[in-house]
Design a protein around this ligand. Sequence first.
Ligand code: KIV
Length: 264
Amino acid sequence: MSTKWTAPRIRALKGKQRFAMLTAYDYTTAQLMDEAEIPMLLVGDSLGMTVLGYENTLPVTLEQMLHHSAAVSRGAKNAMVIADLPFLTYQVSIEEAILNAGRCIKEAGVDGVKLEGGEIRAPHVRALVENGIPVLGHIGLTPQSVHAMGGFRVQGKTESDIERLIRDARALEDAGIFALVLEGMPSDTARRITEAISVPTIGIGAGPHCDGQVLVVNDLLGLTERPPKFAKKYADLRSELQRSFSSFKEEVESGTFPAPEHEY
Ligand code: KIV
């Protein structure tokens, strides 16, 4: 018997049970992940790249996030659904962060939000948490800072960078995050951050020492043309879909579809 996953339940997994999170962007996929008992579904702003065809996540709007988050919420019965706050919907002021995160809760029915950044975002996190909105933090390779990083580059390689990331993680923990995504960093950096805080870390391209792991669903399903090194392909849907589309085309052109069993 499964029950609804919540921020306190996820937080309590620290040191007890590793857990999985996946990105989801639509109703059917969310339903299947929920049936597979994935505890957390992230409506990542990666949808800008995986679903909408942008080069990076920067153009994604709050309206697009609300549209996809509502679909995922309708598909997830037990999984905790988290909406990513897109670029410039939380950085400008605490007031905007509360209003925009609040819309994700009210209009899309999600259970919490994720935002990128460390110490500098602590006041925003504190305000959201004080207003009843669970927050998932995200540090390391933060894609909304792609220009500042000079590309999608692994972070936390030098001792001073590692110490800054640990400071960021502690500031976010102190502000009230229930879990923290660690993206694109050496395994040992992620291990040190994981050991430094009492909320679970969820790694992506951050090695095996995190409390949980997240993958972008398109990478896991083999839909991504050039998947990142850290992703594991659990299916080869790109070839399977290409094969299905070609077979349909051939059967329509040759007249073998529809067959008698498809007729009324
Ligand atoms: O947008 C996203 O999918 C994410 C994950 C990579 C953590 O932020």
